[in-house]
Design a protein around this ligand. Structure first.
Ligand code: SF4
Ligand code: SF4
Length: 260
């Protein structure tokens, strides 16, 4: 048996040791949190990663670092995303380094970069890790609405191996109530207004193709091009409209401003 498979069969690294590493990684960016769930066939539909020995998935998430919802413009959103996405990459590189040093098998699946061609799926659905790990629910907007920061977050998804690890409590129903703000905010009516619960799919909630293509076509402004993702996430009006978590995000932003 090669070394990696042997390590991923039983490596006697305790949950406490792994949490220590994840907690340290989470200190990299203000307000960062993480949740963990079992890697199952729903997340890893081809079994590819499970065959490699990974058995848990983790989602790190941190809040937007600027209030762009007051005085929103696509340009401001694009500037923010251009800053936040590389932060997620940097966090991932740091977490990888810490895990490597501690001997924890850890892998970051690639993220999707083609947002114009169906079926728009990535090797690991970080949103699904978020709901299964207990971070939040899927909103009417099809965004992950975290209890802490709502949808105004950047995420990092990864896989790891542990002999045993305590996972979060899965979220199986939404807490949107009668709110409809995200659907009302979409200029292209891509959000149907349906409520999510376990089993409801993306296609029940939004016109995903319409979202990607509408955003692209509507943005003939090159200043909203975001490296690696083009104009895809320069809209986010649905994200900006969601009231969940705003107070917590502002608290993180304010604490950062005070430290500077
Ligand atoms: S990102 Fe923009 S186009 Fe897409 S669903 Fe949200 S508001 Fe609508
Ligand atoms: S804006 Fe309202 S309906 Fe939309 S995801 Fe947020 S809480 Fe749910």
């Amino acid at each position: 048996m090669n070394l990696i498979l042997q390590q991923m069969t039983e490596n006697k690294i305790s949950e406490e040791e792994i949490r220590e590493v994840f907690d340290k990684a989470a200190q990299f960016l203000p307000g960062t949190k993480y949740v963990v769930c079992k890697l199952d066939d729903e997340l890893d539909f081809s079994g590819h990663y499970q065959k490699q020995g990974y058995n848990y998935a983790v989602m790190f998430y941190f809040p937007l670092d600027e209030n762009v919802w007051d005085g929103y413009t696509e340009e401001r959103m694009a500037t923010l995303q251009t800053r936040c996405f590389p932060n997620a990459t940097r966090l991932g590189v740091y977490a990888q380094k810490l895990c490597d040093e501690a001997g924890i098998p850890f892998y970051r699946p690639p993220i999707g970069k083609d947002h114009m061609t169906p079926p728009y799926i990535t090797p690991l659905s970080v949103k699904a890790v978020g709901t299964k790990g207990g971070a939040g629910w899927i909103g009417k907007s099809d965004l992950l609405i975290t209890f802490e920061y709502g949808p105004k977050i950047t995420t990092l998804g990864a896989l790891f191996y542990a002999d045993n690890f305590t996972v979060g409590t899965p979220v199986t129903d939404n807490s949107c109530g009668n709110c409809h703000r995200c659907a009302d905010a979409c200029p292209w009516h891509n959000i149907y207004g349906n409520s999510w619960h376990e089993g409801v799919t993306r296609d029940d909630l939004v016109d995903y193709h319409g979202c990607s293509v509408s955003r692209y076509l509507a943005s003939n402004n090159d200043s909203v091009d975001i490296p690696d993702v083009g104009k895809k996430v320069a809209c986010c009006r649905c994200m900006m409209a969601c009231p969940v978590g705003i107070r917590n995000i502002l608290a993180v932003i304010n604490s950062q401003n005070q430290e500077m």
